[in-house]
Design a protein around this ligand. Structure first.
Ligand code: HEC
Length: 314
């Protein structure tokens, strides 16, 4: 512990002594010397340094997760998978994502690798020394005590930025993935000061949406489609017609605590779990009212699409 404190003092002192980053500092409060160049280990077991290897001259998104978190982290990771799909080949070439564990005791490279595979994520997952990671979280302004207390208060836990231009922003991964992809792909590149509005054309149309639809979009759509058209890389099953396929009480129980259903060895839950890459659906802490409006929305949308497809067949 003491060593870490000395280390941080040294890093801060160096920032002052070296002080050669005046220009950078003018552009950003975070000059190059601001970032601790801590050693980290990738899911492949490769040793890297945070500043030199991960962020120097790069456009990046960095978030903090832990793999046994059954609530917000899986949703957050799934949201980033949606951004990954929108960014396509830019990810890993022009834009880099890093998910760093805050629980390095459990999250060894092997554990991170299997987590990455479950989500079909194409970015880098990292572990390291707890004290180093805590220092990094503090430096990035992402040290939130509540993350581990189960209160699901995990909102601002991502930062995106362009190290070269010094532009950094805290972002919620729960934002519309199109907006995040736009900020990463357009706004941060070239240091333009405003987001390019044109690319919002790819964002879903804005209209008055029901509460059920709103919850669906922000908390379900990154894993579930609702159009009968399940893509090969989908994380969870397409939900068209699911309110007809399953008993209402089963659905309510499932939404309330999917983990419990698996524990109780509910045969449908087990079969789905096996089919979907052993990726457990997160407990999204929905209350009964939220679960009801969600099911209503799924039912309405299924009816609407069925009518539409019947009409087009005529
Ligand atoms: C991180 C991904 C993820 C998120 C987010 C997610 N789910 Fe799931 N969901 C799954 C997976 C995976 C399964 C398959 C069962 C399993 O593996 O646990 C599933 C199964 C289901 C099922 C059962 C499907 C069937 O055929 O019976 C329903 C219903 C469902 N989810 C609804 C929702 C709703 C509603 C939301 C949003 C509130 C949501 N899910 C959010 C991953 C997710």
């Amino acid at each position: 512990m003491r060593i870490t404190i000395y280390k941080s003092i040294r890093i801060i002192a160096m920032t002052f002594i070296l002080g050669n980053s005046k220009i950078l500092l003018a552009a950003s409060p975070w000059g190059a010397n601001y970032f601790p160049n801590i050693p980290l280990i990738t899911q492949e077991g490769k040793k890297v340094h945070f500043f030199d290897d991960l962020i120097k001259d790069k456009i990046v998104a960095i978030n903090f997760i832990y793999t046994h978190c059954a609530e917000s982290c899986p949703l957050e990771t799934a949201q980033l998978v949606s951004v990954q799909k929108i960014l396509g080949r830019k990810l890993g070439k022009e834009i880099f994502f890093y998910s760093i564990t805050i629980d390095p005791d459990n999250d060894t490279p092997v554990v991170l690798k299997s987590y990455k595979q479950k989500f079909k994520a194409r970015w880098t997952f990292l572990t390291g020394k707890k004290s180093d990671i805590d220092l990094l979280r503090k430096k990035l302004g992402l040290y939130i005590d509540e993350i581990q207390d189960g209160s699901n208060n995990h909102n601002v836990s991502m930062i995106i930025g362009n190290q070269k231009t010094g532009r950094w922003m805290k972002r919620s991964p729960f934002e519309n993935p199109h907006v995040l992809a736009d900020q990463l792909g357009n706004w941060l590149t070239g240091g333009k000061s405003r987001p390019k509005l044109v690319s919002y054309k790819n964002a879903p149309e804005l209209r008055n949406i029901s509460r059920g639809e709103q919850i669906f979009r922000t908390r379900c759509a990154s894993c579930h489609s609702l159009n009968g058209n399940e893509l090969a890389d989908a994380l969870g099953p397409d939900l068209l017609g699911v309110t007809q396929k399953r008993d209402k009480q089963w659905l309510l129980d499932w939404l309330k605590a999917p983990g419990q259903m698996l524990k109780k060895k509910d045969p449908v839950a087990i079969a789905l779990y096996e089919k979907y890459n052993k990726l457990a659906m997160p407990n999204l802490r929905l209350n009964k009212e939220e679960a009801m409006v969600l099911l209503e929305f799924i039912e309405e949308e299924s009816k609407r699409l069925r009518k539409k497809s019947l009409a087009s067949k005529k």
